[in-house]
Design a protein around this ligand. Structure first.
Ligand SMILES: *Cc1c(COP(=O)(O)O)cnc(C)c1O
Length: 234
């Protein structure tokens, strides 16, 4: 897996900038490098700098990359998930967390498939539609507790957090994003209703809004273009 010295330096310089901006708000927050549409060699370059958490949006692309890249990468699946793709995701041994579970049906499929895979438990975040827009993926805030209860009883899933894709339009003039607040409140409700001991991860914030998300309680940001550069249009 070869990359040029120049590309590695470019990626590392972008990475260090983003890391510094994160650390200025919350030095415990996790950075997930979103590598969709980017070559495996870019991932390898960051891996060689010690990065282990990468995010991908497409099951086939992730399957191909996972095959050729080191097995201690922690893959985060962050794309829209169809129930019939749960089987393929579950077959990726080092899939670390599926961040986009938004229904009991998908949780059940992933649980069954992971059980059949012979690998260990897989982490899940519940994706919440915090904007209320019909066409957006994610469950409704009022459905989170029910889905969380279901996941907790699954043998092959481990509930670890909540995730949202906040819309830019949701930020007010002072930067405060109402959608991030919706997710934060959901985590409070789930934590108390289910009497969770471990705090839930809050996965929110992307290249354009991760600093604001961290200020509002994010503990895991998903950053793509700020690290890898613009993506080709699909
Ligand atoms: C693509 C994507 C990201 C990264 O977006 P950037 O704006 O490039 O940082 C984060 N989260 C999700 C769900 C994505 O699909």
């Amino acid at each position: 897996m070869s990359y040029t010295k120049e590309r590695r330096e470019e990626l590392v310089s972008n990475l260090r900038e983003v890391e510094a901006e994160i650390a200025a708000v919350n030095d415990k927050a996790k950075l997930v490098c979103v590598s969709k549409f980017k070559p495996a060699s870019d991932i390898q370059a960051l891996y060689d700098e010690g990065v282990r958490d990468f995010g991908e949006n497409y099951v086939q692309e992730l399957t191909d990359k996972a095959k050729e890249l080191p097995k201690d990468i922690r893959w985060h699946f962050i794309g829209g998930l169809q129930s019939n793709k749960c089987k393929d995701l579950a077959k990726i041994e080092n899939i670390y967390v599926v961040e986009t579970i938004d229904s009991i049906k998908k949780a059940r499929k992933l649980d069954e498939a992971r059980g059949n895979s012979g690998f260990g438990k897989v982490g899940v975040y519940i994706q919440v539609n915090t904007s209320g827009e019909e066409q957006k993926s994610g469950c409704k805030p009022e459905e989170v507790v029910e889905i969380a209860k279901f996941i907790i009883d699954c043998d092959n899933l481990e509930l670890r957090g909540l995730m949202t894709i906040g819309s830019y339009g949701a930020s007010s003039s002072d930067g405060f994003n109402e959608e991030f607040e919706v997710l934060r409140k959901c985590s409070e409700v789930v934590t108390s209703e289910l009497q969770l001991v471990e705090p839930l991860v809050l996965s929110m914030g992307m290249s354009g809004d991760f600093v604001q998300a961290l200020k509002q309680g994010s503990s895991s940001v998903r950053v793509g273009s700020r690290i890898f550069g613009e993506r080709p249009k699909k």
